[in-house]
Design a protein. Sequence first.
Lengths: 85, 500
Amino acid sequence: MAMLARLGLTDEQVAALGSELNDILARVDEIAALDLSGVEPTAHSIPVTNVTRPDVVRPCLSRESALLNAPAQQDGAFLIPKFGA
Amino acid sequence: MTFDLSSLTVSGIREGLIARDFSAVELAESAYARIDAVETDVHAFNSLSRDLALDAARAVDAVVADGGELPRLAGVPVAFKDNMNLVGTMTTCSSRILEGYRSVYDCTAVRRMLDAGAVPIGKCNMDEFAFGSSTENSAFGPTRNPWDLERVPGGSSGGSAAAVAAGEAVLSLGSDTGGSIRQPGALTGTVGMKPTYGRVSRYGCVAFASSLDQIGPFSKTVEECAQTMNVICGKDSMDATSLERPAEDFTLGIRDGVKGLRVGIMQDLVDIEGCDPRVRQSTLDTAELLAGLGAEVGATNVPATQYGLPAYYILGPAEASSNLARFDGIRYGHRAADVEDVLDLYLRSRAEGFGPEAIRRIMIGTFALSAGYYDAYYGQAQKVRTLIANDFERAFADFDVLLTPTSPTTAFKIGEKAANPVSMYLSDVYTIPVNLAGICAVSVPCGTVEGLPVGLQIIGTHFAEATVLRAAYAVEQASGFDSVSPLVRGLADKRGTTVS
């Protein structure tokens, strides 16, 4: 699960989280057990879907702003290490 | 010359500026003088924006000098939760992973406050990424409650609440995903409102759970809450969930009283185990007070709210785990040193940058969304959400507003619940159902227990803010609550002046 979440946790962290998450999941299990067949799910609470606006070019973040917080950059681009061998 | 901001309101500031009793620059300096005096104890702020504040204050003073029309929040010292972007400030979400992050655009709600003449004092401490109910989960240390420095101010917007309660700002903005404005409002004796989902644009506010997050104000009075709502509400093309609504003046009608208002006490919630009997009594006494003013007070139940907490602790972390995937050490934020490759960079940057509660929530959310568990957890929680929304709708057929305590207890001691995540989660049991249903609610102080403020939660249906604020105003006037925190009173005593 930690790998799926892209969290490089230590063995100690994984062990501690294991028991904490079990406690938390025990609390949420009461709804997992409810019979809710026939109930529609609610994704969010307002009746709004597919909000669009005219597809026109508008000003956006400058390259300088986009790179302002970059941990590493080169030639106006984000610099990253190589992908795995 | 400096002034005690604790005794000034938005309207008082406007009158004082026009009468030239003080300048906006003097007000800003007064905020920083108060910060110098109390911040070592309180730690409401992560960073201060003195240059921006003085520029904004000078602009207001120039309008006064020209005899021009002052905008609605002219000269009012304000503070923002540190998850709201403002160019010229850091936006850290109280997380190591965003330490030093410089905002490159403005949050719409913040921009609206500044366009209305407000003066930005600084950015407020919070639970990391808004995960918590005490502001203890900040990577930069806890905020302390001006009512008792041994106690938490609530959370996650604890810094925003404490800044107002300590007189370091007159207004502040927080964000509320499961109670993060209302609960700290209750614990610090301030007024805190979570507007209806869609009322206020979230553009520029770092997302926690996008189907629940909403920005709202903290203030000392209900009228100022309404005045701030007037400024921050409204459609924004940059947030697809913000809704087009006719312009509304939330201050109109707040003094109209509660005669004939149908007020429902949410009996099943008021009676839950774990609610301090004195907080419960304070809620019932305030309902009685409203009845005395002509409200038609009855009891009701919203049964599905019993599943609010478990549904929230699936939906919130699930959405958070998705939203927080963007913090990967590539474009901004902490990047681990000496990494082997991109995967190693992700794994180590995230593990090093996120604090324990963020890691806990990401793990719960990742689990709830993972193959084989999605239907049992996430899908089921979304269905529970439908039940809660339907039950609220039924209750609002009979009542205009619903009442609960805002939080089951008054402010608890720093460290008291930190070791047990589940007991901390319970502190939002009253506020969470409101977010799940997307409706609006305010916490208004209604009394004290052993010298600590108690908040009453007044809940309204979608877009019923005006009604909720009218009821809150009646409570404020009738309860006789004194919003001056002991910290502020102590400073006034030291100076030998009185605080009105």
